[in-house]
Write a protein that binds this ligand. Structure first.
Ligand SMILES: *[C@@H]1O[C@H](CO)[C@@H](O)[C@H](O)[C@H]1NC(C)=O
Ligand SMILES: *[C@@H]1O[C@H](CO)[C@@H](O)[C@H](O)[C@H]1NC(C)=O
Length: 273
């Protein structure tokens, strides 16, 4: 019994010695000066690494241009996207709560296109690039939402009538000047063609909205959009329809095997009643 207590005592004192040994002045196995040297070593070591990192970073940043990305693959080939953001548009036209999740984002998206706001921008001549390479402050061509006609936000963008509008937009690419007459063209993937209305007419993406000069130089840039109204009929309800929109009439790629969004976008629509 006494033996055991002694042993326990010994153990405790060796633990205490390990933390601080009053005889040698060691703290966790090292003297204060030894610890100080270690800290000094790591301080210098990590200080050196941080300095090296900062220096290389600085050198790299010197090589970058503020306004245009250094590496741009597929420069002239933007992707397409639609609004509402969903690639699966499915609702019952008798239930407003079901389509409000599509109508509200559209309304929000078109806020900056309000005619009153767009009045402040340039009325650019149509059909020619709006080049401003030599101007410090880049101007912006107006795009009024009234151009979108039946898809400009009247009667719930047609969702309540079962003839929904979809907005198609092309991703911004700095410096892009599409040749020809780029336009958005959509097709339903089925035997019988589906009637569609385009706004602006023929789904035109006017040249005056190009080139784009980048977020910094061209902060107020207004992206052109094309609205497509799907003229669904009674017999189209309750079935799923696949629609593909492509940018056509120009040199922009729209049929890349591997990239399903390069110059095109596919979505499904199903309206029930
Ligand atoms: C846009 O116009 C509509 C009516 O035409 C108005 O209700 C709305 O507040 C306007 N939005 C902005 C941001 O001016
Ligand atoms: C759509 O909603 C109406 C009204 O609630 C309902 O009568 C109808 O059955 C719904 N249609 C489908 C396909 O669910």
């Amino acid at each position: 019994m006494a033996n055991k207590e002694e042993k326990a005592d010994e153990k405790q004192s060796s633990w205490k010695d390990f933390f601080y040994n009053p005889r040698t002045g060691e703290f966790i196995g090292r003297t204060a000066s030894s610890w100080a040297l270690i800290f000094l070593f790591y301080l210098v070591f990590y200080g050196f690494l941080a300095g090296m990192f900062t220096l290389t970073m600085w050198v790299m940043l010197q090589t970058l241009d503020e306004h245009t990305p250094t590496y741009r693959d597929r420069v002239a080939n933007p992707g397409l996207m639609i609004r509402p953001r969903s690639l699966e548009i499915k609702y019952n036209l008798s239930i407003p709560q079901e389509y409000s999740k599509y109508v509200q984002p559209l309304e929000l998206f078109l806020q900056p296109y309000n005619d009153s706001l767009q009045e402040a921008n340039e009325a650019c001549p149509e059909g020619v690039y709006f080049e401003q390479d030599d101007v410090e402050v880049k101007k912006v061509c107006q795009f009024k939402r009234s151009v979108l006609g039946h898809c400009s936000g009247l009667d719930d963008f047609g969702y309540s009538k079962g003839q929904p509008c979809i907005l198609v937009k092309m991703n911004r690419v700095i410096g892009l000047k599409p040749q020809g007459n780029p336009c958005i063209s959509c097709k339903a993937k089925r035997e019988a063609p589906l009637q569609m209305q385009y706004f602006p007419a023929e789904g035109k993406l006017d040249k005056s909205y190009f080139p784009y000069y980048g977020k910094k130089l061209h902060a107020q840039y207004v992206q052109p959009v094309v609205a497509v109204k799907l003229m669904l009929m009674e017999e189209d309800y309750n079935s799923e329809l696949t629609v593909e929109c492509k940018v056509e009439g120009s040199n922009l790629l729209n049929s890349d095997e591997r990239d399903k969004f390069l110059g095109r976008v596919m979505f499904r629509v199903s309206v029930s009643k």
